[in-house]
Design a binder for this molecule. Structure first.
Ligand SMILES: Cc1ncc(COP(=O)(O)O)c(C=O)c1O
Length: 407
């Protein structure tokens, strides 16, 4: 097996990261506490929302936020969520996990996100628009859905719009960063993402009630979310209101049926070390994406290159095979990997290509042509912040060696 020279992602455990881990160990508190609160404050400030609720994963953030909407709006099971078929499965599985039904519209073939036109066409033809609880676009690979127009459509139909921003840390839209414009933003700080924490997630929102419910639901619906209880130290000041009832403990009194999606101090501490360098991380990834798009332009007949924009925080460098009759994705990926360049297929179209949603296959067959095509022919390589110019030049040379032969 060839040694990989260019990975899709990388993580450097440098002195700053080690110091952050040792600081947590020295403090002696491992479960969610002051570091997590600090991460929430700083992430809210970075994204530009009033509230942030950290969770143990991006999937946990989505499930918690959707469950919070159910409580906030008094909605039951069986509602629909209009979303994208081209995403990591978590977007759909979170919708299913709260007892709602994902409904898919097709994506833009160049930016991979659902379009306002497709959302509008779907809702205007739907017999039951009132059953839709939410519109949930995903800002895939750093490319943002058009939130301005989606929010306008949502307002007209009375449907809130949220953002799965797991892959768009720092992407800029008109009006703010990805994750700051919708009802909520959901983030993942999984190791493969731009701000890395190993495993962690967060909900961002300007809605105080949604944040309050999310804080409760991620901690088994416990009665009290005051700072003392959240830190699980000292005596809850609200106990005073229940004086005389010395059996009452708000940490172990549960007002809602919830989950355990609390996170750990280590993850928050690591996340903070990455957040310190967020601007550099985004800028390096943009520099690398621009370099590749400029140098690979000669192969644009065979490969669809990602459009370059300084507004995009690139998760990776996505490519689409335009001429599968000349070279298949399988062959190109195999040849790149043989030259030490790691690749990943872009996500399979959920209702037609993912076995977990196989029960929807017949219903959607032929209705999502762009997502279907991308699910079969798109893949990505790395453009992360640790790549040097020599690595990028090597990538360009490798593509040239493989594609140059095709004539
Ligand atoms: C678009 C999207 N949504 C949600 C998630 C789920 O995040 P996590 O893996 O942290 O649960 C991911 C993870 O990669 C993702 O890419």
């Amino acid at each position: 097996m060839t040694e990989l020279r260019v990975r899709v992602g990388d993580f450097h455990l440098g002195p700053r990261e080690k110091e952050a881990i040792y600081e947590v160990l020295d403090k002696g508190r491992l479960s969610e506490g002051p570091k997590v609160r600090e991460f929430e404050r700083q992430w809210a400030a970075y994204i530009g929302t009033r509230h942030c609720v950290a969770t143990s994963s991006g999937t946990g953030a989505l499930i918690t936020a959707l469950a919070a909407i159910k409580h906030a709006k008094g909605l039951g099971a069986g509602r629909k969520v209009l979303t994208t078929p081209l995403t990591y499965i978590a977007t759909s599985s979170a919708i299913s996990a709260v007892g709602w039904e994902p409904v898919y519209v097709d994506v833009d073939p160049r930016t991979f996100v659902i379009t306002p036109e497709n959302v509008e066409a779907h809702l205007s033809g739907a017999p039951d628009p009132e059953r839709y609880a939410l519109i949930l676009p995903v800002h895939l690979m750093g490319y943002a859905a058009d939130m301005g127009r989606l929010l306008e459509i949502g307002r007209r139909y009375g449907i809130p719009v949220a953002e799965d921003s797991a892959q768009a840390h720092g992407t800029l839209l008109e009006g703010g960063k990805a994750g700051s414009l919708g009802y909520f933003g959901a983030f993942s700080f999984y190791i493969a993402h731009n701000i890395q924490a190993g495993e962690m997630g967060a909900i961002t929102t300007n809605d105080a009630e949604l944040a309050r419910l999310a804080r409760k639901l991620k901690a088994q619906g416990r009665a009290c979310d005051c700072p003392v209880c959240v830190r699980a130290e000292g005596r809850c000041p609200r106990l005073n209101g229940r004086q005389g009832d010395d059996d009452y403990d708000p940490r172990f009194t549960h007002e809602l049926i919830g989950y355990n999606f609390k996170t750990m101090e280590f993850q928050a501490a690591l996340g903070l070390t990455q957040l310190e360098r967020a601007d550099w991380i985004v800028a390096q990834r943009q520099r690398n994406a621009r370099y590749l798009t400029e140098r690979l332009a000669a192969y644009a007949e065979i490969l669809q290159l990602p459009p370059y924009s300084e507004a995009v925080s690139y998760l990776a460098y996505p490519l689409v095979i335009r001429r599968p009759e000349l070279i298949s994705r399988k062959r190109l990926r195999r040849e790149l990997e043989r030259l030490g360049i790691e690749t990943r297929p872009l996500f399979g179209c959920i209702p037609t290509q993912q076995p977990a949603y196989g029960h929807l296959k017949a219903e959607y067959e032929g209705r999502l042509p762009n997502a279907d095509y991308l699910g079969r022919h798109a893949f990505y390589v790395g453009c992360h912040q640790y790549l040097q110019e020599a690595d990028l030049a090597y990538m360009v040379e490798a593509f040239g060696r493989i594609l140059g032969r095709l004539g």
